[in-house]
Design a protein around this ligand. Structure first.
Ligand SMILES: O=C(O)/C=C/C(=O)CC(=O)CC(=O)O
Ligand SMILES: [Ca+2]
Ligand SMILES: [Mg+2]
Length: 404
């Protein structure tokens, strides 16, 4: 379908066409789309074509393009798809293909608010058993609404940014053991899908489930790094705080929702029936398969399709009290864990709180993260005509805390 020779193993095909912000040596940062092993440099291309929205790409972040709204997103995607599929555009396009290896990828958008949900039933049940063994697995509200918390927007970082091991207060052992301060000994990951808001909403209004595609521009892959020892001590009753706010990594490429159309599926059945503002008529689940790679070893494959609450329901819930949306808001699905073995979205579950270590390909064993460890989360989804598309990756390496 494309005239481009994408080569084997290209990070993206000619359908996904995700957007990101890049800088090439000595040049102003700007917005591009990824195709094969290249960044398509949209600013000079759009200027050469005399496009109305050309200024949207001569920017250091995606925010102006996000704010332009769904009609602009659809028009630009249509234009880019045409550029890469119709050979008549070869001469125009070829000078504006920049090898990915020649650019630095930046945080793709300025994050406004950051919210993290808790929408995987398997994850919520497992963490309930591990953190609250004397209570029911699921909190009372869990089947009634998508539970979430507000995170720290300013510490969302782009893939590749080193993650400094956080320090904090935690218990040395079980309940009643002494409280000490020091580097986290239970540093973990959380594999999640993040949804990026483009079109804002007014304070005092609600965004219904059916308006999801008018407000949400696309999806990123998220690693919500979590210090389990700090989290377990601090979180009662207000929820996660310093155990998660030290860094949250996102992939540099934002996959437009339009590219995920072939991945739409019906969510699992809900019981009891959901509140009317959470009713979803269309199949608004997403069949995205994640892969978690620990120092080169694939340790799990979490499935997004099992999520109890879909991203469209999460958006409706976020705004049901009249809270407004801003361009650049990011909300994440919550840790994705599937009910089958080998599908855990965090190491807390994968190793059952450290009781069951995993063996990596280099022969070493792990429970939680060690300094120097690298975790990469990748994802794929159904593409058009029975193909499978790659959705990029988010990676990070743990570095030791600075000397006190
Ligand atoms: O159940 C808890 O106390 C804690 C849960 C989490 O740490 C998960 C969280 O950040 C939300 C999620 O990713 O599902
Ligand atoms: Ca999380
Ligand atoms: Mg975080």
């Amino acid at each position: 379908m494309t005239w481009l020779d994408l080569g084997d193993d290209a990070p993206f095909d000619a359908w996904t066409l995700p957007y990101g912000a890049f800088s090439a040596a000595g040049e102003e940062p700007r917005v591009g789309a990824a195709v094969g092993p290249w960044v398509l440099d949209l600013a000079p291309l759009a200027a050469a074509e005399g496009l109305d929205g050309a200024h949207l790409f001569a920017q250091s972040t995606l925010n102006p393009f996000l704010a332009a709204g769904r009609r602009a997103w659809d028009a630009v995607r249509g234009w880019v798809l045409e550029l890469v599929t119709e050979e008549a555009h070869r001469e125009l396009v070829e000078p504006h293909l920049v090898p990915l290896g020649d650019v630095e990828l930046r945080l793709p958008f300025t994050v406004a608010d950051y919210v993290d949900f808790y929408a995987s039933q398997t994850h919520a049940e497992n963490v309930g058993q591990l953190f609250r063994p004397d209570s029911p697995d699921l909190p009372a509200a869990w089947r009634h609404l998508p539970i979430g918390y507000h995170g720290r927007a300013g510490t969302v970082v782009v893939s590749g940014t080193p993650v400094v091991r956080p320090s904090g207060q935690r218990r040395a052992g079980g309940p009643g053991s002494s409280v000490t301060f020091g580097p986290s000994a239970r540093l973990d990951i959380e594999a999640e899908a993040g949804f990026v808001v483009g079109t804002p909403s007014a304070l005092g209004t609600r965004v219904p489930v059916g308006a999801f595609e008018d407000h949400v521009f696309g999806m990123v892959l998220v690693n919500d790094w979590s210090a389990r020892d700090i989290q377990a001590f601090e979180y009662v009753p207000l929820g996660p705080f310093l155990g998660k706010s030290f860094a949250t990594s996102v992939s540099p490429w934002v996959v437009p929702l339009a590219a995920l159309a072939p991945a739409r599926v019906s969510p699992p059945p809900r019981s009891p029936a959901v509140a009317s503002y959470l009713e979803d008529g269309e199949p608004c689940g997403l069949d995205v398969e994640f892969e978690v790679v620990w120092n080169g070893t694939v340790v799990s494959r979490p499935p997004l399709r099992d999520l109890y609450w879909t991203p469209a329901q999460q958006l409706a819930h976020l705004t049901v009290n009249g809270a407004s949306l801003r361009t650049g808001d990011l909300y994440a699905s919550g840790t994705i864990s599937g009910p089958r073995p080998g599908a855990s979205g965090c190491f807390l579950e994968l190793t059952w709180n450290g009781a069951d270590p995993v063996r990596l390909a280099d022969g070493t064993q792990r429970t939680f993260l060690e300094n120097g460890d690298t975790v990469t989360i990748r994802a794929t989804a159904p593409g058009p005509a029975g193909t499978r598309q790659r959705l990029g990756e988010v990676t990070g390496t743990i570095t030791p805390p600075p000397a006190p």
